[in-house]
Design a protein around this ligand. Structure first.
Ligand code: NAD
Length: 368
């Protein structure tokens, strides 16, 4: 069997700094676990624009379609703010998501015990939290037609259309049920079936997919506004939440903040299975390119490292190795190792990006 292949796109700002620590972990797996990846690296975002005049070269796009998984750092920066919309760094990322048809966005909200004081919620509400929000990413109101601002009589009218087909709902529901089977086997589907026809269809289709294919998974339904309340009241009641593009955008950001720093949050965007059975997949930290700290060795590499752990679990079926990485991160945090973004009010001396990488590698060594 050939090695699993990974395309690494470090991008801009702190992207290359945090990705350098992931590269060390990938090397560790080769040296210490005999798990070798065929790694290639390329440009995306502002750095691709600087070299090619486009934020994603066609050759890079073609490579992304061929590999088993893509791992991206971050894109963007103030020097690109005035570029034409069509060549802005973010367009590179959007092109990847669109052409790979990545319809299921996985946003875990996990609270490491050592960081439970960072949440705006009480410690016992968030300590040990581990939920997964699955957001539909390629349809819904952000894409529906008609859209635009039109004139009606003597005033302007802004229009967006919420539109979902059965197949779009069914495929993201399947992603959520499959994930639940690898976790605590519970899915809560959220929509607004009380006021939206698309929500009625969403609930019907999720129920049909459940009955036909996933009756072993526990399924519940909740209106998305009630879901927001429950997420802040007692988030540990959830395992996997599946929801549409708009509600998922809001609820995943809400859930993210339950856990503290932006530097800790990984994500995955998955599409249909390829010929080898693996889903099309893009893994990336939730944070951006953080130009305010770029090049200073201050960035927290954990979000990017945990994104690689998600790749191990969801693209390569190496759940045990993913857990090894996650436990190493947990250990390092429990030992009090902190980058600047994780410093609490009690203060202390922050470590650099590379020193955080060193500590995680040492914890990985200790796991053998
Ligand atoms: P940001 O996520 O880059 O930064 C927000 C704040 O969080 C900053 O103070 C930053 O220093 C801090 N931060 C972020 N990641 C961190 C990390 N790993 N360690 C320590 N601190 C961290 O968001 P922004 O400032 O709104 O955007 C900056 C640029 O990034 C913009 O060009 C924006 O368009 C782009 N962006 C890209 C993505 C992406 O690539 N997916 C996502 C969001 C923003």
């Amino acid at each position: 069997m050939s090695n699993p292949s990974l395309l690494i796109l470090p991008g801009d700002g702190i992207g290359p700094e945090v990705m350098a620590e992931v590269r060390r972990i990938i090397d560790w797996f080769g040296a210490k676990r005999g798990i070798t990846f065929d790694v290639s690296e390329d440009l995306v975002g502002g750095c691709a624009y600087d070299k090619h005049g486009t934020p994603l070269h066609d050759d890079t796009m073609a490579k992304a379609q061929e590999v088993d998984a893509v791992l991206l750092g971050a894109v963007g920066g103030p020097q690109y703010d005035n570029l034409d919309f069509s060549v802005k760094p973010e367009r590179g990322l959007l092109r990847l998501r669109k052409e790979m048809d990545l319809y299921a966005n996985l946003r875990p909200a996990q609270c490491f015990d050592a960081l439970s004081d960072f949440s705006s919620l009480k410690k016992d509400v968030v300590a040990g939290l581990d939920i997964m929000i699955v957001r539909e990413l390629t349809s819904g109101v952000y894409f529906g037609e008609p859209r635009g601002v039109i004139r009606e009589g003597n005033e302007r009218v802004g229009i967006n259309t919420q539109r979902y087909t059965e197949s779009e709902i069914a495929r993201v529901a399947r992603s959520a049920f499959e994930l639940a089977r690898k976790r605590s086997n519970k899915v809560c589907s959220m929509e607004k079936a009380n006021v939206m026809e698309s929500g009625v269809l969403w609930r019907e289709v999720v129920t049909e997919v459940h009955q036909a294919e996933y009756a072993d998974v526990e399924l519940s339904h909740m209106y998305a506004d009630a879901g927001a309340m429950q997420l802040t009241r007692w988030p540990k009641q959830f395992d996997v939440i599946v929801t549409d593009n708009l509600f998922g955008d809001l609820l995943s950001d809400l859930a993210a903040m339950l856990t503290g720093s932006l530097g800790m949050l990984p994500s995955a965007s998955l599409g249909a299975p390829m010929a080898n059975g693996r889903p099309k997949a893009l893994y990336e930290p939730v944070h951006g390119s953080a130009p305010d700290i770029a090049g200073q060795g201050k960035a927290n590499p954990i979000a990017c490292i945990l994104s690689f752990a998600m790749a191990l679990r969801y693209s390569f079926d190496m759940g045990d190795e993913a857990a090894r990485v996650e436990k190493a991160v947990e250990q390092v945090l429990a030992d009090g190792v902190r980058t600047a973004d994780l410093m609490g009010p009690e203060g202390g001396t922050p470590v650099s990006t590379a020193a955080m990488g060193d500590a995680i590698l040492a914890a990985l060594d200790a796991s053998l």
